[in-house]
Design a binder for this molecule. Structure first.
Ligand code: AQP
Length: 330
């Protein structure tokens, strides 16, 4: 059975973007793939974060994973920092990626642009190295991600090619990013030219928002002048974003969504239907999340995941240590 791996970093309250671009997708793969899904807590340290906030976000993500339908009999849910092989492989792989490559990563450029040069952490710069370790330890064939993470998977592919060529054998499996057909980049409701992002929360819908707040946010989403419901991200980014949200949650194409709204010529009416759709999905999801959010469930799930993930990861790590010439002994 082929393997799939992905994760979410606990840097803030999860958004509808994380739900559509990641959570909802992960579940789709658990029947078809040997599924690994983790909480990327080491990645969350790449920018300053309050320790208590990090801990509570981490628990939240486990509960969100379970609420989205991930079944621990089919999916290994684990914490990145519970499997030390991630950090160990990171220490090896950091020698196989180049400064030039890392400095060209869009996420690094965006995030570092907001910081004083002297305060840009090395971890932020080297983020894609750890991400490559996350993927390669599990010999993953596919990596379900939203559009913003595609570039990092591409860099992992370059690394695999470089590494396998250097050692003249198929040491690492070549992974492939898979993005949702619709909803790979959900935009901010207040500025639909920007990605909805948990660390830049203006215009976000949070998965923990009260239903009336979610409705309010959608009803006041920024739109353009005009009244037709047409998918045109350049000239009508706000309407296009709402169409995208509707289509993704309805499991239909953008064209089908557009056809559905062809006779509606009032943005208010359209927004109400989009809000109904979001709430139809999010309200039961929130109820399941609350039911899973107790320490016993979270710890139990993480303990089971930790054992399973360590087994696979340690095996790969030993293979890599031997490949590069580190002295592995019993
Ligand atoms: N707006 C989005 N639309 C679709 N997919 C999205 N993802 C994030 N935002 C959107 C996908 O969610 C997964 C987990 O993301 P992450 O936590 O690893 O970090 P990120 O990609 O950087 O997402 P955020 O929310 O913007 O986090 P911060 O603000 O901390 O950097 C990924 O598959 C991502 O593509």
């Amino acid at each position: 059975m082929k393997r799939s791996i992905s994760g979410i970093k606990p840097t803030g309250n999860l958004t509808l973007g994380n739900y559509i671009g990641a959570l909802r997708e992960f579940k789709k793969y658990q029947d078809e793939y040997e599924n690994y899904v983790f909480i990327a807590d080491l990645h969350a340290l790449t920018l300053p974060i309050d320790p208590a906030f990090l801990r509570s976000n981490t628990k939240d993500i486990v509960a969100f994973y379970l609420a989205s339908g991930l079944d621990i009999n089919k999916t290994t849910i684990f914490l990145q920092s519970d499997v030390s092989a991630h950090s160990e492989l990171n220490s090896i792989l950091i020698n196989y990626l180049y400064m030039g490559e890392l400095s060209r990563m869009t996420q690094f450029k965006d995030k570092s642009a907001k910081l004083n040069h002297e305060a840009i952490g090395v971890g932020l710069f080297a983020y894609p190295v750890l991400m490559a370790a996350d993927i390669l330890l599990y010999n993953a064939d596919v990596v379900p991600v939203g559009e913003d993470q595609q570039q990092h998977v591409e860099l992992t592919r370059d690394l695999v090619h470089r590494f396998n060529t250097r050692y003249n054998k198929e040491v690492f499996v070549m992974p492939k990013a898979i993005t949702p057909k619709v909803g790979a980049r959900i935009m901010s409701l207040s500025d639909p030219t920007k990605k909805m992002s948990k660390s830049d929360p203006k215009g976000d819908i949070f998965l923990k928002d009260e239903p009336n707040i979610i409705r309010k946010k959608i009803m006041s989403a920024v739109t353009d002048t005009g009244s037709d419901i047409i998918y045109d991200p350049v000239n009508k980014p706000g309407i296009s974003n709402l169409l995208q949200i509707y289509a993704a949650l309805s499991d239909i194409s953008i064209e089908e969504a557009q056809t559905k709204f062809k006779d509606i010529h009032q943005y208010g009416e359209f927004k109400k239907i989009v809000a109904d759709k979001v709430l139809e999905e999010i309200i039961p999801f929130q109820e399941r999340y609350k039911a899973f959010l107790n320490n016993n469930t979270i710890n139990e799930v993480l303990n089971i995941g930790k054992e399973r993930a360590r087994k696979v990861a340690n095996k790969t790590l030993t293979k890599i240590k031997k490949t590069v010439g580190l002295y592995v002994h019993e």
